[in-house]
Structure formats: C-alpha cells, structure tokens
Design a protein around this ligand. Structure first.
Ligand SMILES: *[C@@H]1O[C@H](CO)[C@@H](O)[C@H](O)[C@H]1NC(C)=O
Ligand SMILES: *[C@@H]1O[C@H](CO)[C@@H](O)[C@H](O)[C@H]1NC(C)=O
Ligand SMILES: *[C@@H]1O[C@H](CO)[C@@H](O)[C@H](O)[C@H]1NC(C)=O
Length: 483
C-alpha cells in the first residue's frame, strides 16, 4: 500500500459525500464472515442461527475523507476529534480485511491466527478479537443462566504463552450505536470487560476523560495446549472482580489431566461443555454452580476432581463484594456478547495461565518473541458452537452427567481456570498483543513513543518502540499505536 494506494483511496473517498459521524467509510466494505451456530432446546433440538463475526472497532482504520488518520502520536487527534460530534463529522471508520486480520470462517468453523505474513513478506502479530453478530447487525445476546454452552476447540498449535479465548462480556447489544456512531455493533464498537479497559471510544462514544469501561465478564475458556481455565468476573458499582474465582485443573493439583497425550488430549480437538446451574433449575434462579466437562472421541471425560470441574457460589469468595456468583448469574440472565480472541503477553508471558502453580510451562518460554520464532503458525479453531437447555447441546456415547439430545457433537471438552490474578487483565488490555509493525516501520529508533502514540505504519519515520508497559499494536497498514 503506501502512498500510492493511500492516494488512490483518498481520491476515491474525496468524491463521496462526506458522511456524518465516525461513520462507515468506503475504502473497504465491511463484510462479516458467516459462522453457523445453533440454539438448542430439549424438545426441539438444535436450530441453526444466522450469525457472523465482527472485528473489534479498535483494530480499524479511522480517518478523514482525505486519508488522514484521526488518531495521532498523542492519542486521538484533538483537532479532528475535540468532541464526539466534531469527530463524527470529520472521521470515517473502515471495514476490515478479515483474512489479513487473521480471521477466517467456513460453515460452523472459525479459525483465528496470532500471526500473519503481510504483503511485504514480514510476519507480524495480528491477534484478532471478534464478536458474534446477528443478522440484524446487533450482537447476539446469549442468555445462559440455567442453560449450557458447548463448542469444539482445537488448541494443538497453541504453545506455552499463547491464549485462545472464548468468553462473554456484557456489552450493549447495539455496540452503543447512536446518531454519531451509525455503525455500532456492525463495526465492532462497545467493547468492555471486567478489567475496565480505558479505550479511545466507550460504548461507541469518544472517551474524552480517560474513564474505563467495566462490565461483567465470564471467561468460558482461556487456554493453550498446556493449560486452561474458566473464570467468572462479576462487577458492581463500576468495579469488578478482576482476578476472578476461576478453575484450572493444573492449579487444582491435577497436573496430568490436560495436555498433549493426557486425559484431555490437546493434540486433538475436543468438546467443551459449560453449564450455568441455578438453585431451582430455572433460567431465572440464582446461579449456584458453573460446571465443566469435556468430550473427546465421543466419550465424556471424567473430571480429575472428585466433585467434578466445578465453581460454586461458596467457593467464589473473591467475587463476594462484586455480587458473587449470583451477580454473574444475573448478567448471564440479562444476556452477554460472545467474544473470541487469540493473544500472547509480552509483559507476563501468560504465566498466570500456564506457568508455576498454574501449568507446566517455564516462566520465560511463553515470551511472544519465542512464540513468533518457533510457532508462527499458531492458531485456534472454534467450531460447532451451541447453546440452550441443559443437556440439549452435546451428546456422548457414555459416561457423563449430561443427558442426550438431538444434537450431535462428536468430540469432547474440557476447561478450567484458576484464580488468575491477571487473567482478565490480559483480556482487557488486551486481546491485542504486541504486534510487530510492518517492515517499513521496524527500523530501530532511539526514542520511545508514549501511550496512545503512533509507533508504525506506512511512511512512519518516528519511534517504533513504546514506553513500558505499552506495546506497539498494528491497527492497519497505515497506523500502529502504543496501547
Ligand atoms: C435464517 O435466515 C433464513 C433465510 O433468511 C430464514 O429463513 C431463517 O428463518 C433464519 N433462521 C433463523 C434462526 O433466524
Ligand atoms: C450504550 O449506548 C447505548 C446506545 O446509546 C445506550 O442505550 C446504553 O445505555 C449505553 N450503555 C451504557 C452502559 O452506557
Ligand atoms: C467521563 O465521561 C462520561 C461520558 O460523558 C461520563 O459518563 C463519566 O461520568 C465521565 N467520567 C469521569 C470520571 O469524569
């Protein structure tokens, strides 16, 4: 791309009517990859849903009609965007190139890659974060209180330090769509989670005061081939249980249960089933247990723990001041957005997930540079996503506690997380990972860029390193930012 393409784009944009708002731009149409999912009932079986996925707003090029980025080295361009209304008049947000962003779908299968080779031949981190979208261009609101959720996952290419994540956040269904943000969920806006991330836009509106955006988060799976966990993170009074009261089989003492060749054999796909069980068995009761089991080769895998892989309300003391498991259940009852990501962690090497008491990895092997050098192909595959009545989404030939139903899932499942202080923090800060900047921008430079500052992109000659603890994240071919 570079100047030539940029000026072509700029020329093309210049002849278009100026849209009102950081409204959808027209240089890249937004085409959501379709992803078949199923909603199930005990009596009616599973019905296919018309769903697709949408890339998060922050990964997109936001620019003026002439092609100037609306974000600068000091964050948002305060001239173009002194306030939401002016920003909306000046700036456009572009559609995403999903393949380049590391996201592909086929039928009911979603593949997400950590690294992609750019047109310049250089492999760099893309680390996508995406959401499940309905045919009405709003997020699908999953109401899982008293229900279960199942999917197949292939984590065989995720080494120590990598995290394939599937989780729920209580985002606004429209992504905060409003007259200044006509795209909303269709362009992936409105992200929030239990780490209360500070973002340039909050619920679709320009964030001019640096406030964080907290919301209830339920991590159904944070995992690689060596370790895994599941973790509720309830919130109350604009604060959240950031560490969460999760379950990770390894940190619970079952160190030979999950991994390549182990009981849950992560060298092959398996099914993960998660149940949100209420005190009275209804979809309106109080959430008292989160249960997890796995299916592989058609068979339910017994838990290593005598009581099963379970999070109980009583065991969730860290969440007590944030509404506890019951508060998590209320959010699940209201409806939450399904998010997927793949990322790694330059700051902590994902040790909270897979090292020390949490897993078999060394403290250093999860370093992103190590992953890039040895596992540039690392990718997570999610498929056969289903939700609905307990016992309706997964079927096995024997053993487990789940009842049979009309659905046919073949593999097995598993997952758990431990109380990982950082688990959610990583998710929030996020999902984005330190990405390598395109080749033209990787020249060493003595200076370091500050938070929000530009650190790469076509034609960028400024600093390419970020001041700690920020990492340079590629937003598009023209812009990378210290986040
Ligand atoms: C999916 O779209 C098709 C075609 O528009 C429609 O017939 C079907 O009812 C939709 N399914 C659901 C679950 O909405
Ligand atoms: C997000 O924006 C939508 C649309 O404007 C609004 O209805 C909703 O209340 C907002 N949510 C929060 C938490 O501010
Ligand atoms: C920041 O701005 C938002 C939107 O105007 C407002 O709701 C929030 O209370 C403000 N927060 C602070 C800390 O000023």
């Amino acid at each position: 791309m570079g100047k030539t393409l940029q000026s072509i784009v700029a020329t093309a944009l210049a002849v278009l009517p100026l849209a009102n708002a950081q409204q959808p731009g027209t240089s890249t149409p937004e085409v959501h990859p379709q992803l078949a999912t199923w909603k199930c009932t005990t009596n009616g079986g599973c019905v296919q849903q018309n769903t697709s996925v949408v890339l998060d707003w922050n990964y997109r090029w936001i620019h003026t009609a002439s092609g100037t980025s609306c974000t600068t080295s000091s964050g948002i361009d305060k001239t173009l965007c002194p306030d939401q209304t002016t920003c909306s008049k000046n700036c456009l947000i572009e559609g995403a190139d999903y393949t380049a962003a590391g996201v592909t779908t086929s039928g009911s299968t979603l593949t997400m890659r950590q690294y992609m080779k750019g047109s310049n031949g250089v492999t760099s981190s893309v680390s996508p974060r995406i959401y499940l979208l309905g045919s009405d261009d709003n997020y699908v609101m999953l109401k899982l209180l008293g229900q279960e959720f199942s999917f197949d996952v292939d984590l065989s290419t995720l080494p120590c330090g990598e995290n394939g994540a599937l989780y729920l956040s209580e985002m606004d269904a429209t992504g905060g769509r409003n007259s200044n943000n006509l795209g909303g969920a269709k362009y992936g806006s409105g992200y929030c989670d239990a780490q209360c991330p500070v973002q340039t836009w909050t619920n679709g509106t320009l964030n001019t005061n640096g406030s964080g955006y907290c919301c209830n988060e339920m991590d159904i799976l944070e995992a690689n081939s060596r370790a895994n966990g599941f973790t509720p993170h309830p919130c109350a009074n604009n604060n959240c249980d950031k560490s969460g009261c999760g379950y990770n089989p390894y940190s619970s003492g079952y160190t030979n249960y999950y991994g390549p060749g182990l009981t849950v054999d992560t060298s092959k796909p398996f099914t993960v089933v998660t149940r949100f069980v209420t005190n009275d068995g209804t979809t309106t009761g109080s959430l008292t247990q989160i249960q997890r089991y796995y299916i592989q080769n058609g068979k339910t895998i017994p838990s290593a723990a005598p009581g099963g892989d379970i999070i109980t309300a009583n065991g969730c003391s860290s969440a007590a001041s944030f509404g506890g498991l019951a508060g998590m259940g209320q959010a699940l009852g209201r409806g939450m957005v399904l998010a997927f990501s793949i990322w790694n962690d330059a700051g902590g090497n994902m040790n909270w997930l897979d090292s020390g008491s949490n897993g078999p990895c060394s403290a250093t092997e999860g370093n992103p540079s190590n992953i890039l050098a040895n596992n540039p192909d690392t990718h997570v595959v999610f498929s056969n996503i289903r939700w609905g009545d307990i016992g309706s989404t997964a079927q096995t030939s024997g053993g487990g506690s789940q009842s049979s139903s009309s659905s046919s899932i073949k593999t097995s499942t598993s997952t758990k997380t431990s109380t990982s202080t950082k688990s959610s923090s990583t998710l929030s800060t996020s999902t984005k990972t330190t990405s390598t900047v395109p080749a033209t921008t990787t020249k060493p430079s003595g200076a370091t860029q500050t938070h929000w500052g530009q650190c790469g992109g076509q034609g960028w000659n400024g600093p390419t390193a970020c001041a700690a603890p920020y990492a340079c994240q590629t937003q598009n071919a023209w812009y990378a930012q210290c986040l």
